[in-house]
Every structure is written in C-alpha cells, then in structure tokens.
Design a protein around this ligand. Structure first.
Ligand code: SF4
Ligand SMILES: [Zn+2]
Length: 612
C-alpha cells in the first residue's frame, strides 16, 4: 500500500459517480454479501475503476446523508493489514550530518531541491508526507494511520521508521520530543477512534472530513486545525503552564507515552532508526534502546576504505565493523545499506564487496538494502561526472551484479530493496529505471538463478506448503554466535517464520559491560518473526479459490502455523539452556511487551527478560 494509492482514490473525481451509484443500489436492493461483491465488480468495470473498493471505503465515500443507512447494510469491520504489520515512515526535519556531506548525497538545507531532509529529494512518498505535515511527528503518524483505515485496514501493529539525515546526531530534546510525539499520536488515535477495540467509523469520518480529496486545501486546513488542537491539549497537560520541559521531564514523558502504548489499540511493535556507523556506536545504541528502537538501518555503503574516502563518508570500514558488533551485542536487528557503482569501485569490486559482506564474519547483516549509485543534481559527484572523473553504473550492470550476488546470499538474510525510492528521472546519471527489482528477476530467470533470501522464500509467495518444521542454523557473526532458527517447509523451500538468537561477543564485557542487563550468561533474542501468522495462509487460500490452482495449503499446515512464535521462542530458550545460558533477553517493540509478558517475561530496562 502506498500514499499514491490513496492519492489516486481521492483525486480521481470519476470515483464520485461510481460511489454514488453503488450507494444508491445498496440502499435500494440491500444486497447479500455475495451480491454486493458481484455488484462492485460490475460497477468497477462500468466506471473503469481499477481497484475494487473495500466496504469501509464505500462507507467513507458515502454521502453523509446516507451514512447510517449504509452502515447497517454492509460489513464494516476493517481487516488487519495484509502483512500483519503496518509500516509508518516518518521524516525528521532537515538537518546537517555531523561529518559534513557525502559527495553522493542529495537534499539537505538549501539544496537544489530546496530545504529537504538530507539524502532525500522531496519527491519520495515519505518526504512528501513530511513536507505536507511540516515534519511534525504527531501529524505524520496521524496522517498515515488515517490512510490505512481509508484503505480498509486496521493498523494495530505498527512498524515505525524514522527517516531523514542522521536523526541520532540531532539535539536530545528534539529526539525525545519527536519519538514521544509518534507514540502519543498512536495512543490518541486509538483513544479517539476505537472503543472496545472497534473502529468508530462515524467519528473517524467526521474528523477526517470524508469523503474528501487529498490535496484539497480547505479540507487539509480543517484536519490540521483539529490535530493541532490535540497536540496543544497534550502539551498543556504536560507543561502545566511552564514553557518548556527539561531533559528529565521529557524522558519521563516519553516513558509515559511508551507505557500507554503497551496496551492501546494501535501499538508500535517495532521502531527503526537510520544511522551511519560513527553515529551507531554503543552510546548511540543505548540511547536508541531508550527511545524504543528495535532495528537499525546502518549505512555502511562500502567495505573498502578508499571508496569511503572518495565519497567523503567521514568514517572508515573499521568504524563500521565496531558499530555492527556493538549494535548486535545490544540486541538490534541490522539492516545494512550497501551501494554499488561508487567512485573508486567497479563491477568486479562491487560483487567482491557484496561477497565480503557474508564471507567476513565482521559483517553478516540480517537484512540488506542495495543501492546502486545515482548521480543527483547539486552533489559533488555531479561535478566529478562533468569533469569525467567518474563513470556511473548503468541499470544493466547493476541488475547483473545483483543477480550474480543472489547466487550466494545466505538464507538468514533478507534483501529488502535493490534501489532507492528516488524517482530516477530526477537523477543526472546512474540507474534510470524504477523497476530494477523486476529487471534483476528477469536476469535471474534467464540464468536460472534462484534467490534463497528470506524475502524470496516467504510463505506468502509460496505456491505450495506442506510440512513445517524447525531448522537450526549456527554461524559466527561479529565475534558472537548466532542461531537462525527457522520454521520451514524444506521440500517446497518455504519459510513461515524465524527467530534470531545471539550469544554476545566477549568484547561486550571487556573493557566494560556494554549494558547492565546483558550478563555473560545471557542470550539475546534479536528478532522473532512469524509471517502474518494465519494471514498469509488465508491469503493463499483466497488466491487458491480465485485461480483454482497452484497454491495448496492444507488445514494441517494452517494449524502448524498457529502458535509458531511461541514454538520458535521455546526452541530458542532450549538452545540457550543447552549452552549453559541462564537468562533470555528480548529486544521487544514497546507494543509487543504484553505478548512476552504472557509468556513469562518481565520488563528489565528497555528489554523483556526471563531467567531460564
Ligand atoms: S550520512 Fe547519509 S544523509 Fe548524511 S551526508 Fe552522508 S549520505 Fe547524506
Ligand atoms: Zn531474495
């Protein structure tokens, strides 16, 4: 789901007569569920509407005068988001990176693209949302949650992603206020629009002035005024006539907002922060833990010092290695950003670098975003290109390198993206197509390469699922021991869920203990992930019904899938015990704490722990 989808839904005025006719017929004929489904398809064809609307969408687009009548006639319970987790990406205000500027980096204060967050252009969906909402965290979160509901989903499990420049290097009050704002938005949204777990559609519709159009200035102003009132209300409660809170008070506020989020409807089950290795050391990690962070997107960009130097990265490979180890020892999941086609590299070196990421135990990421370099206007790299000092990477070369790399990606890693979300037409040179992933897939097909990363083997993509069993994979990473425990159907090469267990490195205790909760006999659970639980199975069953072939998931498999999280966790606990560990430490999203409490875990600092 993307902002674009909703923009289209609201912008295309031809949808008005479509919804009007649909509502009129529903009022008149009071159709059954089945008949309503057929009616939707028929009218979509008539009005050339590409996406069949959900029942919630019909209700939100019905004229207010018809609201009550329609509500009684159609199913209005929104569904959980398809993947089980709703991504809410928020953009921080434009700020400078502490080391200066990388030669490849677009955006920033007073850039060619205007004053936009560093490393962005103002044209990415999350940046556009940020600009529209003046980079206010509260408003951005509210806005994104609204979009999920409009599309018929309840975003009750949120993965929050904080983007833009190097957030962790900004001043502490800004960081505390920012993250608190995000949590408060989720809490207030839950309180305002949900009662006893159910969505109050009428209230939601009124608040967001629906039906309405995104970009309609009058509507935006009205909504912003209401949201600002909510922000003011919280601020007044907080400050009690004092002008500004000090750091200690701000920290208290954050803890309060986090605590409320533990049991509210819209819960933050994961928080991701983007950072660079020199701003990703143990001290930054500890701060990120207090903010509620569970995953770090770490811009390592290259494993070659001369390349990092050429792009004025401001840190070396050694710094990346230290940062990776410290963050893993604190329990974070790590998603590396790695660039291809940088100055000083070439296709051979690029492939070597990708290979090194897994051959060398100092790297070994859990997730990976591969970004072929794009030459952006206003950057130093653009000048180098003009002076013939740099040769950009082409779409074809990038696709070939990534396809080759897919041959050796280990099964414990997930390739998240293969290109930036910057529209290619904004670039001066470099990858010029926005569908690089598909181009890579075509190369793989031709050369008979099958990617075995987590993403490519997820149950939601599977054609057939039979017997799911637990598989252990042990490997060394950043001087610690990792166990990748996966729930897989070996025969069909499908993964239904997994758990990452780590025994920290010796350096986590020498020269000093990295964090008081983490003792020498502790085992860390860095990630526990079950693919949408029954969701993916349901989805496949639906697909199966529709296309009547290919996907086959039987009832036995569905039962196996249930309670998989608990099974994986139990198994991890067993491994820890066998290795004489006496404490399990889980890096849990704030909104997932209750889940662990039910399984006998207790909160200790930012973690959930259990003595075993
Ligand atoms: S660290 Fe990232 S955001 Fe900062 S200048 Fe370099 S590329 Fe840009
Ligand atoms: Zn893959």
């Amino acid at each position: 789901m993307s902002l674009g989808t909703q923009d289209k839904i609201n912008k295309e005025d031809h949808l008005k007569p479509f919804f009007q006719e649909l509502v009129d017929i529903i009022k008149l004929e009071k159709p059954s569920k089945e008949k309503l489904a057929n009616l939707k398809i028929k009218l979509c064809a008539k009005h050339k509407v590409k996406k069949i609307p959900t029942d919630i969408e019909i209700l939100l687009n019905a004229p207010n005068s018809d609201f009550s009548k329609i509500k009684k006639l159609i199913q209005t319970k929104p569904t959980r988001t398809i993947s089980g987790v709703a991504i809410v990406a928020v953009m921080t205000k434009p700020h400078k990176c502490p080391h200066g500027k990388c030669t490849i980096c677009p955006g920033g204060i007073k850039s060619t693209f205007g004053t936009v967050p560093q490393s962005y252009t103002g044209h990415e969906p999350a940046t556009m949302r940020g600009i529209r909402n003046k980079f206010e965290p509260y408003t951005q979160v509210f806005n994104r949650l609204e979009q999920y509901i409009v599309l018929g989903h309840v975003p009750d499990k949120v993965e929050l992603i904080i983007m833009g420049g190097t957030f962790i290097s900004t001043n502490q009050n800004y960081k505390l206020n920012y993250v608190t704002g995000c949590f408060q938005a989720m809490n207030d949204f839950s309180k305002l629009f949900f009662s006893k777990g159910k969505l109050n559609i009428k209230k939601f519709k009124e608040f967001f002035e629906l039906p309405g159009r995104v970009g309609d200035e009058k509507r935006t102003k009205l909504i912003h005024a209401k949201i600002n009132k909510l922000i003011e209300k919280t601020k007044q409660k907080k400050t009690k006539n004092k002008k500004q809170l000090n750091k200690t008070e701000l920290k208290k506020e954050l803890i309060h907002a986090q605590k409320n989020n533990e049991k509210t409807k819209i819960r933050c089950v994961g928080l991701t922060i983007e950072t660079r290795p020199d701003q990703g050391r143990a001290s930054h990690g500890n701060e990120m833990l207090d903010l509620g962070t569970t995953r770090v997107e770490l811009g390592i960009q290259s494993v070659f010092d001369h390349v990092l130097q050429k792009i004025n990265r401001g840190h070396d490979v050694n710094e990346s290695i230290k940062s990776i180890q410290e963050l893993k020892d604190l329990g974070f999941k790590l998603n590396f950003h790695y660039m291809l086609g940088l100055p000083g590299s070439n296709p051979k070196k690029d492939l070597e670098g990708l290979n090194e990421l897994f051959k060398n135990q100092n790297f070994r990421p859990d997730m990976l975003k591969i970004y072929p370099c794009m030459v952006m206007p206003g950057t130093k790299l653009e000048k180098e290109l003009e002076n013939n000092e740099y040769k950009p990477i082409s779409t074809k070369t990038a696709a070939e390198i990534i396809a080759k790399f897919k041959k050796f990606i280990p099964t414990y890693c997930r390739i998240m993206r293969v290109q930036r979300d910057i529209p290619p037409q904004l670039a001066v040179a470099g990858v010029d197509r926005s569908n690089l992933r598909q181009i890579v897939d075509q190369v793989c097909k031709k050369q008979n390469i099958r990617c075995r990363c987590i993403r490519c083997r997820e149950i939601g993509r599977a054609k057939k699922v039979e017997k799911i069993e637990l598989i252990d994979q042990k490997y060394k990473a950043s001087n610690g021991t990792e166990f990748f425990i996966s729930a897989e159907d070996k025969k069909n090469d499908v993964i239904a869920g997994f758990c990452r267990l780590r025994f920290p490195s010796k350096q986590a205790f020498h020269p000093k203990q990295i964090r008081s909760e983490i003792t020498k006999d502790s085992a860390l659970i860095r990630e526990l992930h079950v693919y949408g639980e029954a969701e993916s199975i349901k989805q496949n069953k639906e697909k199966n019904k529709k296309i009547n072939k290919s996907t086959q998931i039987n009832a036995k498999t569905a039962t196996q899938h249930k309670g998989l999280g608990k099974k994986l966790l139990n198994h991890a606990e067993q491994i820890a015990k066998q290795n004489k560990k006496n404490k399990i430490i889980v890096i849990s999203g704030i909104g997932a704490r209750e889940y662990y409490r039910k399984l006998g875990y207790k909160k200790q600092g930012p973690y959930m722990v259990k003595n075993i």
